[in-house]
Design a protein around this ligand. Structure first.
Ligand SMILES: [Zn+2]
Length: 271
């Protein structure tokens, strides 16, 4: 049995501020140790429950956050920045399940901890429904018939995931009380919960349906600042709907996900 783990940092227990998610600070160093501990807890539980191979995608920022030697030897780590596809490299139908750790709420979510969707200056909808990074990754996995078997993050992110992935077990790592504040449990307690839920997830994974999507996909892109609209207009195949909204029709989720990531990269670029 092969398991794929996508790990992000914003939803890790105790992480509430951008100072903890990057840079040369003790806050980042402490956060990446807890990020590693949470991934380790899940990997150990999966191996104990029969997983033979685990891929961990160090999805956050430059992809160089994880302390890999702390993980079990069975684990293979996908690391480094600007990989061909952000977050789902090498994910294919040979994996029995996808685990998403440390997720955050979608762009523009009131009360979510550090909410964004690749950028906090952009928001996206698929067929009129708001989508965040976790939705897109779940749909990408769904296209390959891989179910999302476990998800962890702040309470607001888990509330959103509960609607789009209702049968996926979830672990709340902290209770959001604002975009940069949360009521936090002891980090060891969060690791315990992750271990227990991973064990349960492997038991019930056969009954979790992969996210379903097929055929042409309608994506709406909304820019938070009209001054940035022209950057999206540069992209061929994107149609402007109004001052700040655009539409793209993708042939599959890979096209849609790549376009979303490309839009965010353009929006965040410094010229
Ligand atoms: Zn992140």
């Amino acid at each position: 049995m092969k398991i794929y783990v996508i790990a992000d940092m914003e939803g890790v227990s105790g992480v509430v501020s951008p100072e903890q998610t990057g840079g040369n600070t003790w806050l980042y160093e402490a956060a990446r140790l807890q990020y590693t501990r949470e991934i380790k807890a899940v990997c150990e539980a999966a191996i104990n429950a029969g997983a033979e191979e685990i891929y961990v995608n160090d999805f956050h920022g430059n992809g160089l956050n994880l302390v890999a030697d702390a993980l079990p030897r069975e684990v293979l780590v996908i690391k480094g920045g600007f990989r061909p596809s952000s977050g789902y490299d090498l994910l294919d139908g040979t994996f029995a399940g996808l685990v998403m750790l440390g997720i955050h709420a979608r762009s523009g979510t009131y009360g979510g901890v550090l909410p964004h969707t690749y950028s906090n200056k952009l928001a996206f909808e698929i067929f009129g429904q708001p989508v965040g990074e976790f939705d897109v990754l779940a749909l990408l996995a769904g296209e390959k018939k891989v179910p999302v078997i476990l998800i962890s993050g702040d309470s607001k992110a888990l509330e959103q995931a509960g609607t789009s992935l209702p049968s996926t077990p979830g672990v709340i790592t902290k209770y959001s009380i604002g975009t940069e504040g949360a009521l936090c449990m002891h980090p060891d307690r969060v690791c315990e919960l992750l271990r227990d839920e991973m064990k349960r997830a492997i038991k019930i994974m056969g009954s979790i349906e992969p996210a379903q999507i097929s055929g042409a996909i309608q994506l709406k892109i909304k820019v938070g600042d009209v001054c940035l609209s022209s950057r999206i207009e540069w992209i061929p195949g994107v149609k402007r709907l109004d001052d700040v909204s655009f539409e793209f029709i993708g042939r599959n989720m890979k096209e849609v996900a790549n376009l979303m990531y490309g839009c965010a990269t353009l929006i965040e670029a410094k010229f």
